[in-house]
Design a protein around this ligand. Structure first.
Ligand code: ZN
Length: 149
């Protein structure tokens, strides 16, 4: 079995190099802009929500490898989920990153996203990993801008 830290590195590098769902949806039903001034991560999220389902979502912007890979993986995992499930994933991802949810024990919807659990040991990177989730939360709540500060 592959070392989880090695797998984490591979996934981050791979998604950073080839981000999934990169771009903008036009028209979109929801959008938000997320900023992490501490690191300079800057992302814009556009979504198409229909009948309570996140039919499509894309992100654009720039930032460090962790924020880009986290955004890419988020879009892959949230696409096709209901708005309620997406909101639960936001809460569960935040809890996991803060060490309040242990994906090995607690039930969760995070799937492959549990790769990010190691980020909790790198406090300076927590905001980078959480940024796309905070932005998704704002978009679904109808707020258009979020800053991790
Ligand atoms: Zn960053």
């Amino acid at each position: 079995m592959t070392d989880p830290r090695e797998l984490y590195q591979q996934v981050i590098l791979e998604h950073n190099k080839k981000p999934r769902n990169f771009g903008k949806l036009d028209p979109c039903t929801h959008h938000a802009h997320g900023l992490n001034p501490l690191c300079g991560d800057d992302i814009e999220l556009t979504l198409v929500v229909e009948d309570g389902i996140v039919k499509d979502l894309k992100f654009s912007g720039h930032g460090c490898a962790i924020s880009q890979a986290s955004s890419s993986l988020m879009t892959v995992n949230v696409k096709g989920k209901s708005v309620a499930e997406a909101a639960t994933m936001v809460a569960q991802f935040r809890d996991m990153i803060r060490g309040k949810l242990d994906p090995a024990i607690d039930a969760h919807l995070l799937g492959k996203l549990i790769l990010f659990q190691g980020v909790k040991d790198l406090p300076i990177r927590v905001k980078c990993a959480v940024l796309p989730w905070a932005t998704l939360h704002s978009a679904l709540e109808g707020e258009s801008a979020v800053s991790t500060e």
